[in-house]
Write a protein that binds this ligand. Structure first.
Ligand code: SAM
Length: 257
């Protein structure tokens, strides 16, 4: 039976990256069948040979599709390490950097972008990093369907798509509904760390996070935080800085209850 959107999508012959049925799925949760505003633009980008080879070698062990069909056992996936979720890692350079600097933390890195998934797997392999797993698909489905309550030791959202046009603001990831969903998956005391170079989005993040009862600002006086030393500059951030943008970090702690 191919009943659910995910089953229909996975049953499609083009659903997998490699013709032998391995690699990341093109549409793992069947999101084409689900009417929902998404925070990303599906794009077809060329996967380099190096990225494709890394996907072929590592996907079975270090990759997973966000199919929305099962709840993850993070202890088994990460050998008992505390796990931080990073949403939208892009090409993954900053993710690999942070994983190398902190091998006692597992990073569940999610993006829809296949070249980035291959790139991050290649970086992890080259640097011998055991604490990264790459999730393919929509982070909302991962949070909503696949992560247990209070399972995350942290959440990182670095330079989410700014969606500058007013008619696209509804696509922005950081808004009340997302914050409520994320609060349910974070352990009390876990930190949600956002960064953006888009001033109006920074203002929106600060307002939504400050108003949300699930979080408290780690900055004693309120407002933005200085960039913590553990967050490397990201690729997207570099592009923003080149344009003269100002970057804001926001670090909010999940409160108990
Ligand atoms: C502007 S890029 C920033 C990438 C990286 N963090 C950086 O700073 O260079 C935003 C990334 O988030 C990803 N993204 C947006 N919404 C997502 C979602 N709901 N689930 C997974 N990835 C998402 C996009 O595919 C894109 O790669």
């Amino acid at each position: 039976m191919t009943d659910t959107p995910a089953q229909r999508a996975l049953a499609h012959p083009m659903s997998r990256m490699f013709p032998d049925g391995t690699g990341p799925a093109a549409d793992p949760a069947g999101s084409h069948f689900e009417r929902r505003i998404r925070s990303f633009q599906p794009r077809r980008s060329r996967v380099t040979t190096g990225q494709a080879e890394a996907l072929r070698r590592r996907w079975a062990d270090w990759g997973m599709d966000i199919d929305g069909q099962r709840v993850l056992d993070l202890d088994t996936m990460f050998g008992g390490l505390p796990v931080v979720l990073e949403i939208g890692f892009g090409m993954g350079e900053a993710t690999a950097e942070m994983a190398a600097a902190d091998p006692a933390t597992g990073i569940l890195a999610v993006d829809v972008h296949t070249p980035g998934q291959g790139n991050l797997l290649r970086l992890a392999e080259d640097r011998g990093l055991e604490n990264i797993r790459v999730a393919n698909g929509d982070a909302i489905i991962l949070l909503r369907e696949m992560l247990p309550a209070a399972s995350l030791a942290g959440l990182r959202v670095y330079f989410p798509d700014p969606w500058p046009k007013a008619r696209h603001h509804k696509r922005r990831l950081i808004q009340e509904e997302f914050l409520t969903l994320a609060a349910g998956r974070l352990r009390p005391g876990a930190v949600l760390h956002c960064a953006t170079d888009w001033e109006p989005y920074a203002e929106q993040m600060l307002a939504e996070l400050t108003a949300h009862p699930g979080y408290e600002n780690t900055e004693p006086g309120g407002g933005y935080a200085p960039r913590p030393a553990f967050r490397p500059l990201t690729r997207f951030e570099g592009q923003g800085l080149d344009k003269g943008h100002v970057v804001h970090d926001l670090l909010f702690r999940k409160v108990s209850g």
